[in-house]
Design a protein around this ligand. Structure first.
Ligand SMILES: Cc1ncc(COP(=O)(O)O)c(C=O)c1O
Length: 462
């Protein structure tokens, strides 16, 4: 006997049958998506009109002429003009399960047939409990103390909430440390953390941030010394004024720049001596290395006070230790995430943990090595055109034409036309083109096809 009416409803055999039918229809249709395909000429006019409408009502054109049709198959996605492309950027790292994954769709249906659209901090359904526990247990599995989880709606909000907790604990300290060229989001607060002038033009100052140079693998010890020196100099200049240090351990928006444990530990030691909270921004790194969290990959478990996650996790969150528990009144939000999102997050994170992605020999590393090998071959053939690749796991970047931004942008546009989604990162003259593959559904043969298109496209750029 079902204990609640909801149990009775969710276990009703008619729902099982309906879900089975949806799954059958989905797999039947999606299996016809087998490779890159140009748009249907008959749809060109109406698709262009749609793009124009979006640009008009959005107040500006989209980066790519991308409006999805609503179906895909693994790493392949169909657009509204009937074209099919390889999605190797996944909405900047969101669709880690690729497109139209039957398991994700089933999870979303389970959420969609529950009573409301949105969960929030005042009223959330029982599913939330499972998700909180999953985040917490996974984050703490090697001994980290970040066991408390506050759900939120975007990566930038996860960072905002982290900053609030840290500032409150360290009050009256009002400054933050961040890495040069970091990206932390685009809220009024995060616009002053993200190290890109263009993203804060015209905005009033919100947070005082001191920037520390990032790790340089070509100058291991010198870059550690330079970063520590810079940090100490700021601390001497503003004694007792720094509340926290936000660290992106692999810089994503800057083009997959990878840090080093010794580098982070040297800086963390200075933080600990000076009562500065250690915050790791995992919005982009979550689920992309051989560990679920990049702080686990770099073995910083003992040191982290606050961690933000987003993108791959489907629902964003701030994880924090007991010392950073906010006082009543500081935190709340109307929305945590939709019921479908929460169900999908639980499914996706479990798949990331149990689906063979993680570990030394896991798929994230395997795909990385295969992609790297292919790109290195292209780099050897055309050393003037392609340098790299760089990155860890399923974060892969490459320099084109020695970091020339206009040419790199032209390449991404051409690559899109030729059937592969990538994205631009960093800025001139250190621009990179990067990829965030949907690891669970990408196979070596997909990478081979993508690399053939990359090579062809490179030859089309003058
Ligand atoms: C490291 C990092 N932090 C924060 C954010 C902001 O996340 P969102 O765009 O969901 O606000 C991003 C987004 O790219 C990111 O890469």
């Amino acid at each position: 006997m079902a204990k609640t009416i909801a149990d009775g409803f969710f276990q009703d055999p008619r729902l099982e049958k309906a879900k089975q039918l949806i799954k059958e229809a989905l797999t039947e249709h999606q299996k016809t998506i087998t490779g890159v395909k140009p748009g249907n000429p008959e749809l060109k006019e109406s698709y262009d009109a749609l793009l124009k409408k979006v640009a008009e009502f959005r107040g500006g054109a989209l980066f790519y002429n991308y409006l999805g049709s609503g179906i895909g198959n693994g790493p392949l996605v169909e657009l509204g003009d009937g074209s099919v492309k390889y999605d190797f950027i996944t909405g900047i790292g969101v669709h880690s399960m690729g497109h139209s994954h039957p398991g994700v769709i089933e999870a979303q249906i389970n959420g969609a047939i529950s009573n409301t659209v949105m969960n929030g901090h005042l009223q959330q359904n029982v599913d939330t409990a499972k998700l909180l526990e999953l985040f917490s247990k996974q984050a703490c599995k090697y001994g980290a103390g970040v066991k408390n989880v506050f759900l939120t709606t975007s990566g930038a909000m996860a960072n905002e909430n982290a900053f609030k907790m840290i500032f409150q604990k360290r009050n009256p300290a009002s400054r933050f440390f961040a890495f040069e060229k970091c990206f932390a989001g685009r809220t009024l607060g995060m616009a002053w953390v993200t190290d890109k002038g263009a993203y804060r033009v015209g905005l009033p100052k919100t947070v005082d941030v001191d920037y520390i140079p990032f790790y340089d693998a070509n100058n291991h010890q010198a870059s550690i010394d330079a970063a520590v020196k810079a940090m100490k100099k700021y601390i001497t200049r503003f004694p007792g004024h720094h509340a926290g240090f936000i660290m992106e351990l692999i810089q994503g928006e800057n083009g997959s720049w990878v840090g080093h444990t010794e580098f982070f530990e040297a800086l963390i030691a200075v933080c600990k001596e000076n009562n500065i909270s250690v915050m790791v921004d995992e919005v982009q790194t979550f689920g992309r290395t051989s560990e679920l969290f990049a702080f686990q990959y770099f073995k910083l478990d003992k040191h982290v006070d606050v961690v933000s996650v987003g993108k791959n996790s489907q629902v964003c969150a701030t994880l924090y230790n007991d010392e950073h528990k906010p006082k009543p009144g500081l935190m709340s939000q109307t929305f945590t995430g939709s019921a479908s999102q929460i169900a999908a997050a639980y499914y996706v994170i479990n798949e990331m943990v149990n689906g063979g992605l993680l570990g030394e020999n896991g798929k994230n590393n395997r795909l990385h090595n295969h992609f790297k090998k292919n790109l290195e071959k292209i780099a050897q053939k055309y050393p003037e055109k392609l340098q790299g690749p760089y990155g860890v796991g399923v974060m892969v970047g490459m320099s084109l034409f020695k970091g020339d931004e206009p040419k790199s942008k032209a390449f991404t546009m051409k690559l899109f036309e030729n059937g592969v989604l990538s994205f631009l990162a960093g800025g001139h003259p250190t621009a990179r083109v990067r990829f965030l593959m949907p690891a669970l559904v990408t196979e070596e043969k997909h990478i081979d096809e993508v690399c053939a298109i990359i090579e062809k496209t490179l030859l089309e750029i003058e």
